[in-house]
Design a protein around this ligand. Structure first.
Ligand SMILES: [Zn+2]
Ligand SMILES: [Zn+2]
Length: 269
């Protein structure tokens, strides 16, 4: 069977990279997802999951597009070491929404410049192009739709569509209800929903306003929008493998179409 979209989770940890045997199953690298569809190579977010090792399995590429949700460091820390940036043979298009008057390049330059990093974006070749994020655009044959997230400082939710198959990448999203109308319309019937579910309801009592969802809230939203399959991402950095497995088992008893993302997991749509 000819699949339309190949999705690989490179990093599913939220907020802060973690390491150690208690995180080995779900992984400790922060947000990054690799998508190959219609001849295009798309990377969603450039957290520490975007390590050279994860990427090199697919390299070399002639072109790739990085669709970044927002410039919080857990979504950007893999960017300065992303090898295609230093390969003039690979055209790199970097999308990050202009926020508070700061362009994509300026937001990345806040991290990728001395004293935080020795190499500036200005030293990258012409093959690296920075873009604002239009409401709708395309990467090769893939249509990209966007929705603004509820998150401190803002964040962009992405939907990739090709040949009747669609992937919604919704991390760093604090929904205002169990069935937010704008989001449910955006993600309606999608083939795969990658959805922030960082907190338990108990944790949410003290993390309200941090810009993330809860497990029961995200489970309700997955059902409300009719996602065919849902994978929870942006796992809290304190959450160990046994804890994630227990939470996943409880969710799956209610809805077997939901699972918790593991780094390295591949899904074909
Ligand atoms: Zn984050
Ligand atoms: Zn964030």
């Amino acid at each position: 069977m000819n699949h339309t979209m190949a999705v690989k989770l490179l990093g599913v940890r939220g907020t802060l990279p973690v390491h150690g045997p208690e995180f080995a199953l779900f992984g400790g690298g922060t947000s990054s997802v690799l998508v190959r569809a219609g001849g295009a190579t798309i990377v969603l977010d450039a957290g520490t999951g975007l390590s050279s090792r994860a990427w090199n399995a697919f390299y070399p590429e002639k072109a790739c597009s990085l669709l970044i949700t927002h410039a919080h460091v857990d979504h950007l820390m893999g960017f300065p070491v992303f090898s295609p940036l230093f390969d003039p043979a690979c055209a790199c298009d970097v999308y990050l929404r202009t926020r508070e008057g700061h362009t994509a390049r300026e937001q990345i330059e806040a991290l990728m410049a001395p004293p935080l990093w020795p190499i500036r974006t200005a030293t990258l070749g012409d093959h690296v192009r920075f873009h604002d994020v239009p409401k709708t655009f395309s990467v090769g044959a893939v249509r990209v739709d966007t929705l603004e997230s509820r998150h401190p400082g803002g964040s962009t939710l992405y939907k990739l569509s090709l040949d009747g198959v669609s992937l919604v990448y919704a991390t760093d999203y604090e929904p205002e209800s169990y069935a937010p109308a704008d989001f449910c319309a955006f993600a309606a019937g999608c083939s795969l929903l990658l959805l922030d579910a960082q907190y338990t309801p108990e944790e949410y009592a003290r993390t309200r306003g941090f810009g993330h969802s809860t497990i029961p809230r995200s489970a309700a939203i997955a059902r409300s929008c009719g996602a065919q399959r849902t994978i929870f991402i942006h796992h809290d950095p304190s959450r160990t493998d046994p804890q994630l497995l227990a939470l996943e088992e409880a969710v799956r008893r209610e809805d077997p179409r939901i699972s918790f993302g593991r780094a390295g997991e591949e899904v074909t749509l």
